[in-house]
Design a protein around this ligand. Structure first.
Ligand code: BES
Ligand code: ZN
Length: 908
């Protein structure tokens, strides 16, 4: 139960800060028991503030964890009637127009389990200040629109903490007996959330980058000694990011040094602190034998993302936290573009869209649905959501699609130019796009204020006589909390028309509806339609024959598209569409279509008075579609230029989560059964092809994280997982052999995962042996042990919850490390649909108990693993009741955090 009513903060209530902080001078004296923080702030009244009549008070933010030692104004210690401390606010009465505020506080970072503010991770001290962590270090105006120049001196014991880091340049250092100190100065104005400090016994790999204007930048990646052999890929990714941002956005790095520190206990993936990024080890470390290919790609994306924030986030920052998507949505788009440039564009797009559908669509359809620029929050940490990030990226991407590449660049140039050094709003971003291009985005702005995933219904009509093709689009958007009726969105819909031979037809269209024409390298044509009405018809002229339309190419808008395609249409598009994304999409839709029919049959059979065996025969068109995908890969032989990653994507059936998202009442068991049935059919019918692929894609003896090598391994491992679907001795032997001879973690993990997920006798016999061998080999590699927990937690076989409970008692398990917690509990609740949603409610009860336990340690993480419980609205009445029972149990817990309270109460 919550004591007192938590405050709901409204976007509409924004007011400028009462005071400004010109300079911030910190002296942090780190000790094992008590750390003191002395802060000297040069402050003055903000001329832009609405002056509340007569009020000369200053209210600072702090945490309950600050023990205030002294407060001085212009050198004079304040007496107790000149200030008051109430909860998390320090009020100073009647301060001068401008003055120097000096405070001294004591904190205990070693006891800080929230991993926010200053805390201890392993043997090192580090900080996490976004969003509101700085107030747990010292009294401050902890809001993103108060920008200040920071100078930081860190003192600590020399032996345990030889490395002392903060933002900017180190300008001075010294020693005092067993202790030493370093002073850092950051020449750039920044809000407190970008402050960072690290003290530890760290090793460092150093490199160098020359910027486009010829400046040399020192690059350093720090980690504990046992991990320093895993920072090379992060360094390569950093240099690639710096180069890419210069070329794609004209953005040059600004300091003479850029540092990254890898820490083991971190709530998020990584943080963009000015000049001193702090990374979760999982997002920066990589070594072939310990890290999967997906891990390599994640490191590249996250290093890029945090680096790109230097412009989109740091140089131009947010006015308030409602504007979070200004930096996060835009920066996610930038990291997506970067990953696409480093690898396969289509594969990246497919993965981005798959993430959006699996994580953001459900959020947009659930009780926590909010616009990418929310209107209110209780706890800002709950709004680092798939909506703000992923949908936010889609919204900026749509602006790019509407404007085209070149005009978009004019827009970003103006945005960075105009707002460098400022704290701004998403509105400022859109204005820059408009002003640079003389375009009106008035209606487009609704994407920032309306929540929910729009549905687009499309219909095509060919008139042979007039040689016209009319594409009629209708849009609607479901109601979301607080938003019943929606206004139509401005959507860019990218369209191509395929002739009967599968070629793109030349496109001409009547009316002023085209945003821009896209011609691909090979000459195919698409148009971007500006779709702005509830219902609108687009008439293509000079169309020689009835086309098959390819709509929403590249997934040009984050919507659900409906078009009455037949299964034969899907097969046609799968093999002919010039748009890679839509080729993949056609395959997915074909599979969805087939699986949904099987699910319906399963449900019908179950509903019979005497349960009947369902007709769940698999439509053979799906099998032949998969066969031709495999045949192409076989025909390519060992040709290194063939895109095997794309073939691998084509062979992955839509996820159980996405299939669930598409159902009105989710039937986890039927989804699982039908999908597994299709997998078995593919495995059985296409065994020779799968075996050929498996052999053809065998690799050499050195690991490379190149797109083509990753694609080869992906394809081979997908073939292996299909082969294992039959659970035969031969396939189990292949797994064993691959497990024993693998030179990289992708291959090791794929082999062991296939065995763990199998209930076949041959697999069951070797399972525990492989798991034990794996554990013993990697006992000392935390990130690999995380994988070990996850592969057991996501196993769909019955009995997994008991395994998970046993694993909680494993000596390597702890609730205190977010990576470990997520690897077991998060993975079970988020990725193991059949077991988590077990109809006896045991999965729900388990998760609720863990949330209650974790909330007392780390509220941010507790709130993040809550997600699966809040989606009760999508399930049958029995499960709904069980889930709500657990949500109520959580709500009744004493001393519940605001984080968990907000999500549970809003979801009920
Ligand atoms: N600024 C965030 C980190 C952050 C998030 C700090 C929430 C405090 C609260 C950072 O830039 C970020 O977005 N990191 C992502 C990874 C990224 C590749 C999307 C993360 O940590 O998951
Ligand atoms: Zn970010």
């Amino acid at each position: 139960m919550k004591e007192g009513q938590p405050q709901n903060i409204q976007r509409s209530e924004y007011t400028a800060p009462s005071h400004l902080i010109e300079t911030t001078d910190l002296v942090v004296d780190i000790n094992e028991d008590i750390t003191t923080v002395k802060s000297v702030l040069k402050m003055s009244k903000n001329p832009a503030a609405e002056s509340k009549a007569g009020s000369q008070d200053l209210v600072l933010d702090g945490g309950q964890d600050l023990e205030t030692i002294s407060i001085k104004v212009d050198g004079r210690e304040l007496s107790s009637n000149e200030y008051s401390i109430e909860g998390e606010k320090l009020s100073l009465f009647d301060v001068p127009e401008s003055f120097q505020l000096e405070t001294s506080v004591a904190i205990k970072p070693q006891e800080n389990t929230t991993l926010e503010g200053l805390y201890k991770s392993g043997g090192m001290f580090c900080t996490q200040c976004e969003a509101e962590g700085f107030r747990h270090i010292t009294w401050y105006l902890d809001r993103p629109d108060v920008l200040s120049k920071f100078r930081t001196t860190v003192h600590a014991n020399k032996k345990d903490y030889p490395i002392l880091l903060s933002n900017g340049n180190d300008i001075e250092r010294g020693e005092e007996g067993e202790r030493h100190w370093v002073t850092w100065e950051d020449p750039f104005n920044k809000p407190a959330y970008l402050f960072a400090l690290v003290a530890g016994d760290l090793e460092c790999v150093e490199d160098q980058f020359t910027t486009m204007s010829g400046r040399d930048v020192k690059l350093q990646i720090f980690s504990e000694a046992h991990n320093i052999d895993k920072v090379g890929h992060g360094m390569t990714s950093l240099k690639n990011s710096m180069k890419w941002d210069e070329e794609a956005y004209g953005r040059e790095y600004d300091l003479d040094i850029f540092m990254i520190v890898a820490v083991e206990s971190f709530n998020m993936g990584a943080m963009e602190n000015k000049g001193l990024n702090i990374f979760n080890t999982s997002c920066v470390l990589a070594r072939p034998d310990t890290t999967t290919d997906a891990g390599y790609q994640r490191v590249e994306a996250v290093v890029g993302h945090e680096y790109f924030h230097n412009w989109s986030g740091n140089r131009v920052t947010c006015r308030d936290w409602f504007q979070l998507s200004l930096k996060e949505g835009f920066t996610v788009l930038r990291d997506q573009q970067f990953s696409a440039a480093m690898g396969s564009e289509t594969v990246c797009r497919v993965n981005d869209v798959a993430t959006l559908r699996a994580a953001q669509f459900p959020e947009d359809a659930g009780p926590m649905a909010h616009p990418i620029r929310p209107d209110s929050y209780i706890e800002i940490n709950n709004f680092y959501t798939a909506t703000v990030y992923e949908k936010g990226a889609e919204v900026v991407r749509m602006i790019r699609t509407i404007l085209g590449e070149n005009k978009f660049r004019l827009g970003t140039d103006l945005y960075f130019d105009r707002h460098d050094g400022q704290a701004v709003t998403t509105e400022d971003f859109v204005c820059a796009m408009e002003d640079a291009n003389e375009i009106n985005l008035e209606q487009f702005r609704r994407w920032y204020s309306q929540a929910g995933t729009p549905v687009v219904d499309a219909l095509g009509e060919y008139d042979a006589e007039a040689r016209t093709y009319t594409l009629t689009l209708a849009q609607s958007c479901p109601a979301t909390p607080g938003q019943k009726n929606k206004q139509p969105f401005h959507m860019p819909i990218t369209v191509g028309l395929l002739s009967s031979t599968g070629d793109d037809q030349a496109l001409s269209i009547t009316g002023d509806v085209i945003a821009n024409k896209i011609r691909s390298a090979s000459g195919e044509e698409s148009v971007v339609l500006n779709f702005t009405q509830d219902k609108e018809s687009f008439v293509f002229t000079d169309v020689p024959e009835a086309p098959v339309p390819s709509i929403l190419r590249g997934f040009s808008a984050p919507v659900k598209l409906e078009y009455p395609y037949t299964r034969d249409d899907f097969m046609f598009l799968m093999s002919h569409d010039s748009d890679g994304f839509n080729r993949w999409e056609a395959g997915q839709r074909l599979a969805i279509n087939v699986i949904q029919e099987m699910i319906a049959n399963l449900q019908q059979a179950k509903a019979q008075p005497v349960e009947q065996s369902a007709d769940i025969a698999v439509d053979q068109r799906l099998i032949s579609a998969f066969a031709s995908v495999l045949d192409q890969a076989i025909a390519a032989g060992k040709d290194p230029s063939f895109d095997r990653a794309m073939v691998a994507e084509m062979l992955i059936l839509p996820s159980e989560s996405y299939l669930a998202e598409l159902m009105d009442v989710v039937d986890v068991d039927a989804i699982h059964q039908a999908r597994e049935r299709v997998r078995l059919e593919i495995a059985t019918r296409l065994r020779p092809q799968l075996m050929t692929i498996y052999e053809l894609c065998e690799g050499g003896y050195t690991y490379e994280a190149t797109g083509s090598e990753i694609g080869r391994r992906d394809l081979r491992n997908i073939a292996l997982s299909y082969l294992m679907q039959q659970g035969d001795d031969e396939s189990v032997a292949l797994c064993r052999k691959q497990f024993e001879t693998a030179i990289c973690m992708s291959d090791t993990a794929a082999a062991i995962r296939a065995v763990v997920n199998s209930s076949a006798d041959a697999a069951v016999i070797v399972k525990s042996d492989l798991l034990e061998t794996f554990y013993n080999r990697w006992e000392n590699e935390a990130l690999v042990i995380d994988l070990w927990f996850t592969m057991q937690a996501v196993c769909p076989l019955p009995g997994t919850l008991d395994t998970v409970k046993d694993l909680m008692a494993h000596p390597a398990f702890t609730l205190n490390n977010p990576n470990r917690l997520r690897s077991l509990i998060g993975a079970f609740a988020g990725q193991n649909n059949v077991n988590f949603h077990s109809v006896d409610g045991s999965g729900y009860e388990f998760l609720a108990s863990q949330i209650i336990a974790v909330d007392a340690i780390n509220p941010q993480i507790a709130a993040r693993i809550l997600g699966p419980l809040t989606r009760w609205g999508n399930y049958d009445t029995k499960r709904q009741a069980l889930m709500k029972e657990q949500l109520n149990r959580i709500l009744a817990t004493e001393n519940l955090s605001n984080n968990v309270f907000e999500i549970v109460s809003k979801s009920l």
